[in-house]
Design a protein around this ligand. Sequence first.
Ligand code: ATP
Length: 311
Amino acid sequence: MTTTAVATATDVPVVAGFEQVSKAYGSVRAVDGLSLTLRPGETVALLGPNGAGKSTTLDLLLGLKQPDEGRVTVFGTGPREAIVAGRVGAMLQSGGLMEDVTVAELVGLACSLHPRPHPVSDVLARAGVTQIADRKVNKLSGGQAQRVRFALATAGDSDLIVLDEPTTGMDVSARQAFWATMREQADQGRTVLFATHYLEEADAIADRVLVLHRGRLLADGTAAEIKARAGARRVSFDLTGAVDETALAALPALTSLDVSGQTVRIQSSDADATVHAVYGLGLYPRNLEVAGLGLEQAFVAITEAEEAKRA
Ligand SMILES: Nc1ncnc2c1ncn2[C@@H]1O[C@H](COP(=O)(O)OP(=O)(O)OP(=O)(O)O)[C@@H](O)[C@H]1O
């Protein structure tokens, strides 16, 4: 007789855990009862409207802020211990850089402080800053400074990489190079958690998407699951002749309507019913297309539905 070991979710080691974590600033509950587990090798996007609590969540994860309630663990210890052990690399939005040093000196310092450093030349090359290694940090453009922050986050062999809006200010090629590098890091088993407002990046890069809203987790799943959860679909078509917007606005299951010339774009919670009713109005739509929502529209639909519940 043979016995087969079956791996369960609880066998997979936990990279980071939030257990009922809350953090308030005065009367603002920035993080409100957040529970969450990150597993090895995941690339996780943290999405949310302005003020949703993304930066506060990352600050709690990095031990830069303390929860009022609940517990944050990183590799089974407190965040500080994990950072001192070199297990966490971070790239923060607000992180000021030392000014009167060169890029190579700053990256060299970060490497020297890391318990498991990478060679400085590798770190510079990976972040695409070898060409500007001798430049003073206070002479860098916004995008170059962002690349240097990226170099600092990858100065050593960290198991968790935390990035707060990492590609803000980067040009297209810098962004592509950045995400290719992050993919490599994840393929090597590292966990990458990044907050972003670029939903197309989250869609393309993340294998898990978290949607925060008023400090609470509204959705947690793959981008495909989040899109499906939003439930709505996009319907578009062209009309000939005069377009009666009032009649279109009364279509069933409509959640949004945009008329531009002869082109009608609709968001609907029941595309079949909406399209049926379009024909029922005696209209003959041409170039009819029905498609699922993109992550951006799904995100807007989910967060707006939550706002509507509170109104
Ligand atoms: N130091 C602070 N003092 C007071 N309120 C704060 C402080 N930091 C954040 N807040 C408030 O807490 C809430 C969450 O802020 P946080 O920066 O975590 O959100 P965010 O999702 O990162 O926002 P954004 O997308 O705009 O960067 C907001 O209402 C913000 O105004």
